[in-house]
Structure formats: C-alpha cells, structure tokens
Design a protein around this ligand. Structure first.
Ligand code: C5P
Length: 304
C-alpha cells in the first residue's frame, strides 16, 4: 500500500555565533554562523489529496499569527521547487502545527520548508539524497539546509554551506519571546546602517566557542556567544536591551539575540537554573512569554 500521509517533526535553532561580513554585490552578506538545533518543534503533516486538488496549507498551534497559508509559505516554495526538479504534480494538503515562534530569529519558516522537503520525498518515494535535499533547501533560504541536519553546525557563505561542529554535552536554554516579530531583511539593513563608517572584515570561526563546545563547557560557551545582528535588532527594538540585562542579572551563563531576533536566548547551567530564570523573566514584566528548551537535537525527521 502506498503511504497517504506523513508527519515530519522539525526543530527550531539558535545561533551561538553569527558573524556578518560586508554586504556583497548580490545584497547578501558572507556569514559564519554556528547553529544549534533546540527542542521546540513544528510538526508538518502532508496528506495526499485527490488528483487535481493542487496544494493547500493550513496552520494550527499556539504560534500562527502572521504565517501565510498560501504560496508565500516556505513550505509551498519547497513543493514548487521539488515539483519542477522531479517533474512531479503534487496534490496534497499540508498542515503545519506551529510551536516555533514566528519571525523570531529561530528559523520557524525555514524549519517548515525543510520538513516539507523530507515529507514530500517520503510520500512520493523520490529517494532524494542528503545533498539533493540540501540543494533544494539552499534555494529556499539560508537557514533551510541546517534545519535538515540539525545538531550543531557551522554555516558559511550565505549561512547555507554547512560543516558539522564538534560539540559535546547538552545545553539548556531559556527563550524570551516577543509578541511581534522582526523582519530579517530590515535587521540586516539596520546592521549595514550602523556599521556604515566601519571597515568590516570577512568573518572567521570563533575558536574559543569551538573549544568550549568540544569541552562541553557551558560557562565558556555562554561567555563566547556572539551575534553581529544583535546591535541592529536592539536598535530596532530597544526593549530587547532590558530583556538581555534581566537575564544576565538572574545568573544566565550567556545571553544573545537569536539570529535576527527578537527572541532572546539565555544559556543556563541546568534545568533547575532554567526554571529559576524563566520565573524571574516572567515576573519581571519585560518579556511577553518564556519557553525552555535543550539542544542539540536532530533535524527534520519522519515521526509517523
Ligand atoms: O536567505 P534568507 O531568505 O533566509 O534571507 C533573508 C534575508 O536576510 C535576505 O533577503 C537578506 O536581506 C538577509 N541575508 C543576508 N545575508 C545572508 C543571509 C540573509 O543579507 N547571508
């Protein structure tokens, strides 16, 4: 019996390092991005529909505001690219059950696109290799290839040329979420504006961070967290500075705006410290809501 439905679970990411080079002629920036996949998940279910039905998308879950249920959804872009590449007509319904914050700097849209690639490959028995999936993924967005692999990885180029990072141990995170997202292009543009007078060099891997990951030294990882987009995100959303301060005050090992923000990620020593910090952040009144997670976890995978 051919399969008629598949559910793929895909994690969110935080950036442990995001170093941004000068703006290139194509409008993009060369990056060194160290990603860690963390335990907040979207579930993407793809069900085959009648021939001729085309593609429909619905969104459910606690994080749905502002997610397009049409061709603008990155899941639809994934289907369109695979259809072209594999000469496939897709008649299906995609249901995205979202828990990853929307426009939060945690790659929520990219995650759903990665899950869709894995799901379509499974449903239609395409037998895609990792490289073929990655090739499609990088055409959708810079973060999509990482959401296929998960774990901890270094992204170069636009952030999409991945190598695995040697990382040991489990890291515990507290995430301060915002009710309103930030636009990634707007944050990159603000970063360029803030750095207009500076000489920007090509980004390098942060060796201290690499050593700390290898040694499973959370305190050293916390001290090494770095994000060149942080100043830009704080410039567009000044309240983020307060959030960063509150977390530091309550004993986080490190605090960083994730990606282009506005989610702020705090690294903590263990689950108990995470619970304490979550309570402190909630009662401080400066954050909308708080989530806890651990990483690294695996990338997009079929769960049923
Ligand atoms: O590739 P993706 O669609 O995720 O990128 C979103 C936006 O982020 C781009 O339109 C661009 O403004 C910015 N970006 C960049 N340099 C990168 C990656 C993204 O300027 N390496």
């Amino acid at each position: 019996m051919p399969v008629k439905s598949v559910t793929v679970r895909v994690p969110a990411k935080v950036n442990l390092q995001l170093s941004v080079g000068p703006k290139e002629a194509d409008g993009y920036h060369n990056l060194v991005s160290v990603f860690q996949a963390i335990s907040i998940f979207d579930d993407v279910t793809i069900k085959l529909a009648e021939p001729g039905a085309g593609l429909t998308i619905s969104i459910s879950g606690d994080q749905t505001h502002g997610v397009p249920a049409d061709a603008n959804n990155l899941a639809a872009k994934a289907v369109s690219l695979i259809s072209k590449e594999y000469d496939l007509t897709v008649d299906a319904h995609i249901e995205i059950k979202k828990s990853i914050p929307v426009a939060g700097g945690m790659a929520g849209g990219s995650a759903d696109a990665a899950a869709t690639i894995v799901g379509i490959d499974y449903l239609y028995s395409l037998g895609m290799t990792r490289d073929e999936m990655s090739e499609i993924a990088s055409q959708i967005g810079s973060d999509v290839p990482f959401m296929l692999s998960g774990g901890t990885a270094i992204g170069r180029g636009h952030g999409d040329q991945l190598t695995a990072a040697l990382s040991r141990g489990t890291y515990h995170w507290v995430l301060a979420l915002s009710t309103h997202g930030l636009s990634t292009p707007a944050v990159y543009a603000e970063c360029d504006r803030l750095r207009a007078e500076l000489e920007i060099v090509e980004p390098q891997t942060h060796e201290g961070l690499m050593q700390a990951l290898l040694a499973a030294d959370s305190a050293a990882v916390g001290a090494a967290l770095v994000n060149d987009l942080q100043a830009a995100a704080c410039s567009l959303r000044p309240a983020l500075r307060l959030v960063l301060d509150v977390g530091q005050e309550y004993g986080a090992l490190g605090a960083i705006v994730s990606g282009s923000g506005p989610t702020v990620a705090f690294l903590v020593a263990d689950e108990e410290a995470g619970l304490d910090l979550a309570v402190a952040l909630t009662s401080s009144g400066v954050v909308g809501s708080v989530a806890r997670a651990y990483g690294p976890v695996a990338g997009a995978k079929v769960i049923s």
